[in-house]
Ligand binder design. Structure first.
Ligand SMILES: Cc1cc2nc3c(=O)[nH]c(=O)nc-3n(C[C@H](O)[C@H](O)[C@H](O)COP(=O)(O)OP(=O)(O)OC[C@H]3O[C@@H](n4cnc5c(N)ncnc54)[C@H](O)[C@@H]3O)c2cc1C
Length: 467
């Protein structure tokens, strides 16, 4: 049994930021992977702040989608890498204790109060308890329940599922952001910073089609609008064979591309054999960000006393509907390999719970997910070892992925309107009368229970903007 005053689960940017804020206390970070391999390291384009530019020109800011001013502070196209390495260095300097390669599987909750977590040591297969006065989840998003996703493979949403099964509600799960530009074939992110620097989209006829969808903001319209525009071009036969469009930055010139977008150039050369200095990049939309998550308030408090959530696993609702991933399994030798179910889950999410949704497809997805939940009881893993058994970890996470997928479908089916990233072909209008409210999904032993809570409107009334 380990004991600390504060336990933070997650070693990405949110987890490390929380750890540094608590420095001086007895604080420990538990992470499924080494903190520097957390998904945050992949953040590319930058981080928004209303700074103006400093007089000394120390903080550069670039335009991003949906923004009225260049507000995105950046470090080339490797912003997450720069931030995460700096934060980790600071965490070491401040003697933060790390438990890397541990999977947290349960919250310990008694009478509505959290007093610790149960962790699985991936290195040796042991299960241990951690006692704490406060537990903070910073476990990242749930992008990998989709096949086409920009997220790293560890972003399964398992942290959200652990919290959900322990009594914390999930909020606004139906709001899943699809990034317009992921590299065709691999779905590696091609940052919006490319369009911020002047890159633009064209279809197979060479048309700059964003002129039709967003005459004012063109290629820098909000992500949901650009993603729907690309999907419409592809669906209506103006995309390239296989389902993609072009992102052209050849006109920016070699110098600017090499200076400002070196990572993107490298990705295009390594994974598509294309040099963006000379040729356009083939892109298609892919799942990118989870707006929903563990229901929390602006102090990161949840409904469970002593349990907090921050970062992408939480739903504090700063992004609204759109933002500007069992030991008993070892005994089973018959049944189905777990990865077969995982592939079927991802396929149904891509096909039925994607950019364009409707009742029929969402119902088909929910039926499929419930079938997979029944089949999950009979899955097996081939690796029976205790040491770094990643197959077992992935099988454990699949149970959580199924919970998360079910919560997304329930929310998306109930929300009979279109808002932000959630677009219903059978309910295309935004409906503030009935749906200006958050969705809450709570776990029960039977089917999940859906509830709602009002939207907290502060300085600005929700408006309808023309893009
Ligand atoms: C390719 C890409 C580029 C992006 N670029 C930008 C950008 O330019 N600007 C921007 O603002 N945003 C960007 N985003 C979004 C942003 O990177 C993420 O929202 C953010 O990094 C999430 O940070 P986090 O700390 O919440 O989670 P993560 O960095 O995902 O960290 C999650 C941590 O939780 C741990 N963990 C998870 N489950 C468990 C468990 N059960 N037990 C133990 N540990 C667990 C993991 O090991 C990991 O350490 C990008 C996203 C993608 C996919």
């Amino acid at each position: 049994m380990f004991k600390h005053d504060i336990i933070i689960v997650g070693g990405g940017l949110a987890g490390l930021r929380a750890a540094l804020a608590a420095r001086g206390a007895d604080v420990a970070v538990i992470s499924r992977v080494h903190p520097l391999r957390s998904h945050s390291v992949a953040a590319q384009g930058g981080i928004n702040a209303a700074l103006g530019k400093t007089d000394e020109g120390k903080i550069a800011q670039r335009p991003f989608g949906g923004a009225g001013f260049p507000r995105t502070a950046y470090s080339q196209d490797r912003t997450g890498h720069a931030l995460l390495h700096t934060m980790y260095e600071q965490a070491l300097i401040n003697s933060i204790k790390f438990y890397a390669e541990w999977l947290v599987m349960r919250l310990v909750v008694n009478n509505g109060r959290c007093s610790g977590v149960v962790g699985y040591n991936i290195e040796n297969g042991k299960i241990e308890g951690f006692l704490a006065k406060a537990v903070i989840f910073a476990t990242g998003g749930y992008g990998r329940i989709y096949k086409r996703s920009t997220n790293s493979i560890i972003n399964t949403g398992y942290g959200c599922a652990v919290a959900y099964r322990s009594g914390a509600a999930l909020e606004d799960m139906e709001f899943v952001q699809f990034h317009p530009t992921t590299l065709y074939g691999t779905n590696i992110l091609i940052t919006e910073g490319v369009r911020g620097e002047g890159g633009f989209l064209t279809n197979k006829n060479g048309e700059r089609f964003m002129e039709r969808y967003s005459p004012h903001l063109l290629d820098l319209a909000p992500r949901d609008i650009v993603a729907r525009a690309i999907k419409t071009e592809i669906n209506e036969g103006r995309g390239f064979e296989g389902g993609y469009v072009h992102l052209d930055l050849t006109h920016l010139g070699a110098r600017k591309i090499k200076e400002r977008l070196p990572g993107i150039r490298q990705i295009a050369m390594d994974f598509a054999n294309i040099d963006p200095v000379r040729e356009p990049i083939p892109v298609q939309p892919g799942q990118h960000y989870s707006m929903g998550g563990i229901a929390s308030n602006k102090k990161c408090e949840t409904a469970i006393s002593g349990f907090f959530a921050c970062g992408e696993c939480s739903c504090i609702s700063v992004h609204g509907a759109n933002r500007l991933g069992g030991n008993s399994l070892l005994d089973k030798n018959e049944g189905e390999p777990f990865f077969k179910l995982r592939d079927e889950l991802k396929a149904t999410m891509d096909e039925n719970v994607g950019i364009f949704r409707d009742e029929q497809r969402l119902t088909a997805a929910l039926t499929k997910i419930r079938e997979l939940k029944v089949r999950y009881k009979n899955v097996y893993v081939r690796n029976k070892g205790n040491v770094f058994n990643q197959e077992l970890v992935n099988a454990i996470e699949l149970e959580g992925m199924l919970d998360i997928a079910e919560a997304i479908c329930i929310g998306a089916l109930a929300r009979k309107e279109s808002r932000g990233s959630h677009y219903r072909l059978d309910h295309q209008e935004r409906d503030d009368v009935n749906w200006l409210r958050h969705t809450l999904v709570s776990y029960t032993q039977d089917v999940p229970v859906i509830g709602h809570k009002p939207v907290n409107i502060t300085m600005y009334e929700p408006e309808r903007r023309e893009y």
